[in-house]
Design a protein around this ligand. Sequence first.
Ligand code: KG4
Ligand code: ZN
Length: 374
Amino acid sequence: MKILGIETSCDETSMAVLEVDEKKKVKVLANVISSQVKIHAKYGGVYPALAAREHAKNIDKVLKLTLKEAGLKSVEEIDLIAVTKGPGLAVALIVGITFAKTLAWKYKKSIVGVNHLEGHIYSNWLPLQDSNSGLLTLDSRLFPALCLIVSGGHTELVLMKGHGKYKILGETQDDAAGEAFDKIARMLELGYPGGPLISQEAEKFGKSGIPPTLDPRLFAREFSSGCIPDLPRPMINSKNFDFSFSGLKTAVLYLVRKLVQQYPIAEIRPAVAYEAQQAIVDVLVSKTLRAAKDYQVKSVLLSGGVSANQLLRETLEKKISEELKEVNFFKPLMAYTTDNAAMIALAGYFNYAKSKEKTDFSWKSVAVDANLRI
Ligand code: KG4
Ligand code: ZN
């Protein structure tokens, strides 16, 4: 069975073709991502109307490229279309959905609407493109699983009892983790998207400590321990599994405002980025471990754009192996951490396989749901 995935919920126009055989082995035949990051960078975030216009401009080209990469001549050879129906920017989602529905109608194909967050969860089971590794790990012995979904729009801890069976344990009360990275990057005049740029700066601090041009005594006065600024870890000790990152963002804002009076911004960036990244990772890891223990899960699945963060990947893996020896830890391959259509195709396949007899998969069945929850 060949599945065409279509994703336009934010600023990537992406299409993928997945092949699933009778033994449920999955192969990624194509995964094309046309990113608008450069276009949005000057606004410091995603500009919705512009995102929609770019999706509309590129979507046809992305389909052609995807079919070519997958070695297919036409959509005729596809068995199922899977498209993101939400959550995301309504104006951007509409472009992908309208395109997908038109293909489903024209070629008389089944179509399934996919929750973008469910797509992120399934990114954990995607093999490298063109490799043959299968769905071997997609096994009932993994459940209950705890999913930490961390992206630009979401920060959620979700208990997954089986395929399609989810319960939200906690979520952010304000900014998402990725949004915090993006906003802190903007305060440090680093650009967009902020996550990778903050990590790069943090690494400089890790290597060199205080920049040599600064007087360490002066610098240390602003920073409490070991010349690293002391930032809050919001809600790290709260009893629930919710998150909040707006207080951290405000603390960074005040710290940066104070420091730039004395130092050039380029010189304070590494230390501030180091501590801000550490604060976000500390909160995410601490709450995930506590939820994993409380709910006695068999596995932990990391996903979403922020799952590309090396410190988060490594810290979570290390803590789980130290404190929860029986628990399996999964993280998506780097290629599938940020938005992509391969994950949408895989989640779509599972939704379709689960209820193909009972559900309407005609082009009329899919509609935008910008605020969809998992
Ligand atoms: O999942 P995603 O591609 O889009 C949404 O669904 O939101 O996530 C994008 C987010 C951005 O906020 C970006 O800054 C963050 O993921 N991100 C990272 C890293 N790479 C991307 N955050 C921290 N470290 C990274 N290496
Ligand atoms: Zn996403």
